[in-house]
Design a binder for this molecule. Structure first.
Ligand code: NI
Length: 257
């Protein structure tokens, strides 16, 4: 179990360009923030494996995300299994899912690779970190049909409160990031206000989606505290309550070694 102030459940800290990575990690240590770093494709699973072994307070996911499904090969799940068995700091499968925003030409392949990774997560008994963009109901249908025993995290949740309710009905967790601090993000604010604390997780998805007051600069993992503060304001409770609930949820989901 981790006694962190906050567990940032989705940070690409290993890909920061403008901020020195060691500095970003040091800032997290000062604030007692733990981080989970996702993979994107069948190559960077090895980089994430190495990165989390080298840094304390840093954990990882292995997975192939929708835009990189063409890198998914016969060997990919075998490689992932090898990494998981040799590294207890790999605590989930991610990021995986569907993305119809950029390119719809390989939707069938996206679905196929998503389903294969759901089966795999079920076999490994690990949670799924879900990337879902412009494919809300398709993602939910696939999860309903194929997921048996993995806990589900809707990463960087950007859907409506109506959709959030559907996810919560399935027992999924709603992970909120910097968008909740944006002035015009009415939908996500409504979700933040209404989501029960038992279903809430926190993240940054850095280097993207920098929260206020740093919007316009490169995002960093310790900025998750601004996300927590904004959610606390919206819920009219303290940041400690938000942080404690989300840390408790993360500990339940990830079984940290
Ligand atoms: Ni991401």
């Amino acid at each position: 179990m981790l006694n962190s102030f906050i567990i940032n459940t989705h940070s690409h800290v290993n890909t920061l360009k403008k901020t020195p990575i060691d500095e970003a990690l040091e800032n997290c240590k000062k604030d007692n923030i733990a981080i989970i770093v996702p993979s994107s494709n069948s190559q960077d699973i090895f980089d994430v494996d190495k990165f989390v072994k080298e840094h304390s307070g840093v954990y990882g996911y292995v997975g192939v995300f929708p835009e990189d499904v063409k890198t998914f090969g016969d060997k990919t799940l075998f490689d992932m299994e090898g990494i998981i068995k040799n590294n207890p700091k790999i605590v989930g499968i991610g990021e995986v899912g569907l993305d119809y925003y950029w390119d719809k030409t390989f939707v069938d392949l996206q679905k196929e690779v998503f389903i294969k990774q759901i089966y795999f997560a079920n076999q490994m008994n690990l949670p799924l970190n879900i990337h879902c963009r412009d494919a809300y109901f398709e993602t939910l249908e696939i999860l309903k049909k194929y997921n048996k025993n993995s806990k589900v995290i809707m990463h960087c949740f950007s859907g409506s409160w109506e959709f959030a309710k559907e996810c919560i009905k399935l027992g999924a967790y709603i992970s909120l990031g910097g968008v909740v601090t944006f002035k015009n993000a009415h939908k996500v604010k409504e979700v933040a206000k209404n989501v029960p604390l038992e279903n809430l997780l926190l993240e940054t998805d850095d280097p993207y989606l920098t929260p206020e007051p740093y919007r316009g600069t490169e995002n960093q993992p310790d900025y998750v505290k601004y996300v927590a503060q904004r959610i606390a304001d919206l819920k009219e409770i303290s940041i400690q309550e938000v942080a404690q609930a989300s840390t408790r949820n993360a500990n339940e989901i990830f079984n940290f070694a």
